[in-house]
Design a protein around this ligand. Structure first.
Ligand SMILES: [Zn+2]
Length: 236
């Protein structure tokens, strides 16, 4: 992929985060990777969304060395790089402090699968990580945040694209996908199912849906037997 196209896609993903109400001020960041070239494009640090242009998007290599752009990359770059290195199928990563998903992260508990909206995108409860240790916080904090996400997804036995999000304990959600747009899509759905889960608790005490229903919904949209929609894409 042409680096200019990657920068354009990453700009669009970041603006979409803002447009969908998932990012206040300069909170939130989206990135994308061109694996053939070993290049990651990511939001610049601290640049307001309404002033951001494609040329402001920062290009880095997988070691985090800046390869293009006049700004410094998002301070969460190392978390994004960690996820790209651990999950070869992932083409885009998003981090937000979106309200409802962050509420679950701050509660420190998994977001259980209680309905088919959730099951269409996440093949089980969206896991919440353990707390970072003091040593991890004092050390390479952003990289350690990525490591605890990878640890959690692996411990739960998920393929990265079967569980394209995690809640970082006391912090907020990270989501990922096949590319930057898909990662934003998953972040938006995560926020919506987190919101529904909180609203349903005002009605009664919801229960997880049956594993059979969860499997039916996830697998009709993802994997070799998928039949949802008009083509092989994951989303309508
Ligand atoms: Zn954050």
């Amino acid at each position: 992929m042409n680096p200019e196209d990657l920068k354009r896609d990453v700009l669009a993903a970041n603006l979409e985060l803002c447009r969908r109400g998932l990012a206040l001020f300069t909170w939130g960041n989206a990135s994308g990777i061109d694996r053939a070239r070993g290049v990651v494009a990511i939001k610049p640090s601290g640049v307001p969304y309404d002033a951001m242009a494609a040329d402001d998007v920062v290009l880095v290599d997988l070691d985090g060395k800046v390869a293009g752009g006049r700004y410094r990359p998002s301070s969460d770059l190392e978390t994004h790089l960690c996820l790209y290195l651990a999950f070869p199928d992932v083409g885009g990563v998003v981090h937000t402090h979106s309200t409802y998903a962050t509420a679950w992260a701050q509660a420190g508990i998994d977001l259980a699968c209680e309905g088919t909206t959730h099951a269409d995108y996440f093949h089980g409860a969206v896991p919440c990580t353990r707390r970072l240790t003091d040593g991890e916080i004092a050390g390479a904090y952003e990289q350690e945040t990525g490591m605890v996400i990878v640890e959690t997804i692996r411990q739960r036995g998920f393929a990265a694209l079967a569980m394209p999000a995690a809640l970082v304990h006391g912090h907020g959600p990270f989501a990922w996908g096949t590319g930057p747009a898909d990662a934003v899509h998953n972040a938006v759905v995560l926020e919506e199912v987190a919101r529904i889960a909180i609203l349903s608790r005002g009605v009664a005490s919801p229960q997880p849906i049956a594993q059979t229903l969860l499997n039916r919904h996830f697998l009709r949209k993802h994997g070799p037997g998928a039949y949802y929609g008009q083509d092989r894409t994951n989303h309508p």
